[in-house]
Design a protein around this ligand. Structure first.
Ligand code: FES
Length: 110
């Protein structure tokens, strides 16, 4: 049976946007079990928001490149399962390069 989730995603393109905004997406899954947060983000990207930027370098919980906030908690998006209600944001105290991508230490430019 199909299940759905409500996912609110931080969106901001410093080149084009005056300020950040939140976009809400209704995601329907045919099979809910085993859906990782990174799968949900990729699904949103592939079906609703082709301009959404995020990182998923290894998808194997190795590199740390997919770390984001889910419901205010820092997580590896490729490691944790999706929830029915999620607010997905970039890490705080980092410069946002676009959407969920933040500057790495060497990219901070400070
Ligand atoms: S994509 Fe590398 S740890 Fe998640």
């Amino acid at each position: 049976m199909a299940e759905s989730a409500t996912v609110t995603v931080f969106r901001f393109d410093p080149v084009a946007d005056v300020r950040p905004r939140s976009e809400r997406y209704e995601v329907r899954y045919e099979h809910w079990h085993g859906v990782k947060v990174i799968d949900t983000i990729r699904y949103i990207y592939e079906t609703m928001a082709p301009d959404l930027s995020f990182r998923e370098p290894c998808r194997q919980q190795v590199c740390g490149g997919c770390v984001i906030l889910v419901n205010k908690k820092p997580v590896l998006a490729c490691a944790v399962f999706s929830e029915k209600e999620m607010v997905i944001e970039p890490l705080p105290d980092r410069k946002v390069l676009k959407d969920l991508i933040v500057a790495l230490e060497e990219e901070k430019g400070e």
